[in-house]
Every structure is written in structure tokens, then in C-alpha cells.
Ligand binder design. Structure first.
Ligand SMILES: NC(=O)c1ccc[n+]([C@@H]2O[C@H](COP(=O)([O-])OP(=O)(O)OC[C@H]3O[C@@H](n4cnc5c(N)ncnc54)[C@H](OP(=O)(O)O)[C@@H]3O)[C@@H](O)[C@H]2O)c1
Length: 270
């Protein structure tokens, strides 16, 4: 893009974003600037590692940027520099702050031309994330393509009404933890069934990876692919009967609803 991008916060998510943007060529390094917090080590590291510019202060960061990504911790929003309202006036601002609703972001970034709330997940670190995003007001054609260009750098994206963000967070942002827990459980179960730890972990990881790819690439329903490996009264059938006996689907639903409720609670406290 020919515009300039400013990133406020230079930690893990900012790094993942910069890596993705440079790898995809969405922005060149001379068009990206960043700044960290009081410690400011992170901005130094990011600038040294990737060649993007470390700004000396917020006015320097934002002076000629057209698009601004807000990537510090959510708890820093309320104490963030009050000059941000004026410094981001007329710009496109994209927040990746978990649990910070648009209404709250609008108070800090009150003069933007457009404000976007996003909710990424940790696979963004390797460009394999899925990011949900919401806006209060429809974006112009060019702002929309700028948003998509930026989010495409860290994986896939989906626009949802803000009323669905807590549900999305419960599924895709908390989701990596569910999968890691399942991978660990599978490894432990494999050990109980007689495998050594390393083999069991390798089998669990590669099975999850391959199955997720097959699911994504086939375009089939998960249940159809499940049925393809489940012959009547066979081995998979024996295992799935146990899943059913332990109310696996109810348990997953209960867990997701608990995460959604907690996300709503945290947004209200924010
Ligand atoms: N990690 C994830 O998987 C994930 C997923 C979804 C959403 N998010 C969101 O992404 C955001 C960043 O998370 P992260 O994991 O990248 O955090 P992180 O690695 O801790 O990085 C936070 C960055 O913010 C900087 N910072 C602190 N206070 C600041 C301030 N007042 N003004 C400007 N910058 C400030 C820090 O700088 P110094 O340390 O150098 O001072 C650091 O560069 C969070 O809002 C989180 O909710 C993260």
C-alpha cells in the first residue's frame, strides 16, 4: 500500500502483523513505524529485527500515517495518552485490543474517519490466524480494502456484527487453548494406551494438523468426514460411543457459553 502504517504497541501481535505485512508485501518496511510503551524495548527489537522505523514519540509516529493499528494491552487503554484523539484525527484506526468495545474505543479515538475492532487469535503469529472484525459505521471501499489487506497478513478474516464478537472470541480466540488441551489429552491417552510420550505427541499433533487441513480443503462438513472414518461397530465407533456417553458436545457447548459469558462480563467491566 502507498499509505503509511503506524503501530502503537510493538509486542507479539504487532511483530506477527509486521512479519505478515512484509512477507506479503502489503507494506514495505519504510512505510511502517512503531512505538512501544514506557519500557520501549519491544519497539527497538521490532525495528532492529524487521527494519521498520521506531518513532521517537506519538506525534512523530502518527504525523504522516494514514492507518493506525492499536496493539498494546487492553488494560493500557484507559491510561493511554489523551493526545491520541487529536493525533489520530481523520485516520483509519484498527484496534486489536481484546474485550474493548467500539463504544469505548470511540472515547479515546474520537476523531478518526473510521474505527475497526478486531479479535485475532494466536495462530496469527505464523500467519494462520482467523480474525473477527466489527465496525460501528460502514467503511468506505478504500478503508475496507486497507483493513482486509492488513488482516490478510495474519491469516483469514471474517466481519461480524459487534454483538457477535463475544461468541466469536469464545470459539476462535480462546479456541487454540481448547485444541492444545485436546492435543495434550490425546498424548496422555496415547501413553495410557501403551505409546511412548514422544511418539504419542507426534501422532496427536500430526493427526490434528492433517485433519484440520483435510477439513478446510475438502469443504465437507465435519460430521461427514467423521462418518467416513467410522465403520459400524468398528474401532472409531467404539471411541465415539464413549464421547457420546460423556456428553462431549454438551461439554463443548457449555465451555463455549462460559467463555462467551466471561467475555461479556469483562467488556462490561472495561
Ligand atoms: N497475543 C494474542 O494471542 C492476542 C490475541 C488476540 C488479541 N490480542 C491483543 O493484542 C494486543 C497486544 O497483545 P500482545 O500479546 O502483543 O502484548 P505484548 O506482547 O505484551 O505487547 C504489548 C506492547 O504494548 C506496548 N505498550 C505498553 N504500554 C503501552 C502504552 N501505554 N502505549 C503504547 N504501547 C504500550 C509494550 O511496550 P513495552 O513493553 O516495550 O513497553 C508492548 O510493545 C492486546 O491488546 C491483546 O488483547 C492478543
Amino acid at each position: 500500500m502507498s499509505t503509511k502504517l503506524a503501530i502503537i504497541g510493538a509486542g507479539r501481535m504487532a511483530s506477527a502483523l509486521v512479519d505478515g505485512l512484509l512477507a506479503k508485501g502489503t507494506y514495505t518496511k519504510d512505510r511502517i513505524s512503531c512505538i512501544g510503551g514506557a519500557e520501549d524495548n519491544t519497539a527497538d527489537l521490532l525495528a532492529k529485527r524487521t527494519g521498520v522505523r521506531k518513532a521517537k514519540d506519538l506525534p512523530d509516529l502518527l504525523k504522516d500515517a494514514d492507518v493506525v493499528v492499536v496493539a498494546f494491552k487492553p488494560q493500557h487503554l484507559s491510561s493511554a495518552d489523551p493526545r491520541l484523539a487529536d493525533l489520530t484525527a481523520g485516520k483509519l484506526v484498527i484496534s486489536i485490543l481484546a474485550g474493548k468495545p467500539l463504544a469505548q474505543l470511540e472515547k479515546k479515538f474520537s476523531r478518526t474517519r473510521a474505527l475497526v475492532r478486531t479479535m485475532p487469535n494466536t495462530p496469527a503469529a505464523i500467519g494462520a490466524g482467523i480474525t473477527g472484525w466489527s465496525v460501528a459505521k460502514p467503511l468506505s471501499e478504500s478503508d475496507r480494502s486497507a483493513v482486509l489487506g492488513i488482516l490478510d497478513a495474519i491469516g483469514k478474516q471474517v466481519e461480524v456484527p459487534e454483538s457477535e464478537i463475544d461468541a466469536l472470541m469464545a470459539v476462535s480466540s480462546c479456541g487454540p487453548a481448547y485444541l492444545f488441551e485436546f492435543a495434550g489429552a490425546l498424548r496422555e491417552a496415547g501413553i495410557a494406551a501403551g505409546l511412548d510420550r514422544a511418539t504419542s505427541q507426534l501422532l496427536a499433533i500430526e493427526m490434528l494438523l492433517g485433519s484440520a487441513k483435510l477439513l478446510a480443503q475438502s469443504g465437507a462438513e465435519p460430521e461427514d468426514l467423521r462418518n467416513q472414518v467410522t465403520s459400524p461397530n468398528g474401532t472409531t465407533f467404539a471411541a465415539l460411543k464413549r464421547f457420546e456417553a460423556h456428553h462431549f458436545r454438551d461439554m463443548v457447548k457449555d465451555a463455549i457459553l462460559a467463555a462467551k459469558a466471561r467475555s461479556e462480563e469483562l467488556s462490561r467491566e472495561a
